[in-house]
Design a protein around this ligand. Structure first.
Ligand code: ATP
Length: 501
């Protein structure tokens, strides 16, 4: 008996009346429910599309409504029954449906010889407050490596083909995080297009994974070309990333040698100083896709829906792993938790779900969280065990400003040795990386409009005279961020300033 079958069987024994399984792999769930029923329970099924159907043949018995079906089901006393309700989440707000469900649940726990467990299986988790206390939510994990291997073996057997152990090893890793249904679908697709299963099909798996990331609407795949060489300064951070990159690029080898899977990093500090740039460069360095998680998009209107969305998003990230999961402006999503007011309870629960996942995860999802203001984040976040490291990002020092200017000049083919970078650096105290980039861009635009080719120090200094630095335009915000960073002891992302400038 698998763990999940055992878990469900124990809930049935404990007379839990309504078990809600948020999942889209009906094929797999039905098999598990059949195992739990073990021929001792009859299974009657209502399907949102076809009404009352035969569980085994899927033939429609009666095109009734859910209300009519539940009234009928309410009469069942013998033999013990499982009522399987598929995709009915849209109906759960209806007070009549709620009453009928409550009625069956009530009979289950009070009427002698009435054994009836309701299974709601739906792609969406929507539980109205009125029936929340009657419902037990059961999460079905995606197949583990051994189960994936078995799925591939089964597929090969059905198609009467042999797949080499090497390919099975590779496929089993890539399939991680996908459901049984999705795995079978991809195997079928690969087989239909090439007549066999080969190492090349890993691309197909990646494409399929990208598809369901897009469909989920919760994560965004970020396309970028920035590398670590595009970051001026932040040398401590870059050194640390190169080190972790060496592990991430040889994960299997490193794990065998006893190295822990890198978990993630948090970058806190000044706006426009390269935090997002660093998230992109990390993905390039680690050679993996970059997924952005927008926590604001996870909020739902039903009880438990937001946490469920968070779990789904994290599962999707695991499915795509190895990958970078970038949570931008994380303090905006989780601020206020732990205040005397307790913060918003949904936010607190979302935060809890994320934190537990961070703490327990052993997947190869590397989290890069970025934030401006650390003071509004709950302290639990900063504890060891969540992130491997936290770095503070300050406004660029002189040496860093020089490097940033050089990078942006070179990027646009305008770097020349006659530019007196020391003069520029002196004139840009308090500028962030984005300001410096904008100075370079404006100066290049000006010489283009004046039909000149060579950029001079004066061109840059001219633009600087009318470009307000972030420190001048957002003085209060910058002071506030600096003060909040001083209160916590985190590693600076930059090296100490060099003395020669
Ligand atoms: P925010 O906190 O506002 O999100 P951020 O720290 O994430 O800001 P970025 O988005 O990384 O800032 O920076 C904006 C742009 O400024 C970058 O795309 C890059 O062109 C330039 N820039 C910022 N910092 C650097 C840097 N250290 N080196 C090179 N370019 C930089």
């Amino acid at each position: 008996m698998s763990n999940i079958t055992f878990e469900l069987a124990s809930y049935v024994d404990a007379l839990r009346s309504i078990i809600y399984i948020p999942h889209h792999d009906f094929f797999k769930i039905e098999r598990i429910i059949k195992e739990v029923a073990n021929n001792e329970f009859q299974i009657i099924e209502f399907n949102n599309a076809y009404g009352y159907v035969d569980f085994y043949t899927k033939l429609t018995k009666d095109e009734c409504t859910l209300e009519e079906f539940l009234k009928y089901a309410d009469d069942i006393t013998n033999p013990p029954s499982f009522i399987l309700l598929k995709d009915i989440h849209g109906e759960l707000q209806n007070p009549k449906i709620q009453s009928l469900l409550k009625n069956i649940a009530y009979k289950n726990s009070t009427v002698e010889n009435f054994y009836c467990t309701i299974f709601i299986v739906s792609t969406k988790l929507c539980i109205p407050d009125e029936i929340e206390s009657l419902i037990t939510i059961v999460e079905i994990e995606s197949p583990n490596e051994l189960e994936i291997r078995n799925l591939i073996y089964n597929f090969a057997e059905i198609q009467q083909m042999t797949i080499s152990e090497n390919i099975i090893d590779e496929m089993a890793l890539s399939f991680k995080g996908l459901s049984e249904f999705e795995i079978n679908q991809i195997l079928n697709l690969a087989y239909q297009s090439n007549g066999d299963i080969s190492a090349d099909d890993k691309d197909l798996i990646l494409k399929e994974k990208e598809q369901f990331i897009k469909k989920s609407g919760m994560l965004e795949i970020v396309n970028f070309k920035e590398t670590i060489d595009d970051i001026g300064g932040l040398e401590n951070l870059k050194k640390w990333l190169v080190r972790k990159g060496k592990i991430f690029n040889h994960l299997e080898h490193a794990l065998k040698a006893g190295v822990d899977v890198p978990k993630g990093l948090m970058l806190v500090g000044m706006p426009g100083c390269g935090k997002s740039l660093a998230a992109k460069a990390t993905a390039k360095l680690f050679n993996v896709p970059l997924l952005r998680l927008d926590i604001g998009k996870l909020y739902g209107k039903y009880v438990g829906e937001s946490e469920e969305n968070m779990r789904k998003a994290l599962k999707i990230a695991e499915a795509v792993s190895p990958c970078i999961l970038w949570v931008d402006e994380i303090e905006k999503s989780f601020s206020g938790i732990g205040d005397s007011g307790g913060g918003n309870s949904v936010t607190t629960r979302l935060f809890g779900t994320f934190l537990t996942w961070m703490q327990e995860k052993n997947s190869t999802v590397f989290v890069v969280a970025t934030a401006n203001d650390i003071s509004s984040l709950p302290p639990e976040f900063l504890r060891k065990g969540r992130f491997d490291e936290l770095f503070s990002v300050d406004l660029p020092n002189k040496e860093e400003r020089r490097k940033i200017i050089d990078i942006h000049l070179k990027k646009r083919g305008k770097y020349n040795l006659n530019i007196d970078t020391i003069e520029i650096v002196k004139a840009t105290e308090g500028y962030n990386g984005a300001d410096l980039e904008s100075v370079v861009k404006d100066a290049i635009e000006t010489i283009y409009l004046e039909n000149r080719d060579i950029l001079t120090t004066e061109d840059l200094l001219n633009v600087i005279t009318y470009t307000k630095s972030i420190t001048a335009s957002l003085k209060d915000k910058i002071d506030y961020i600096r003060k909040s960073m001083e209160k916590v002891d985190i590693k600076p992302a930059s090296f100490e300033e060099y003395l020669y400038l």
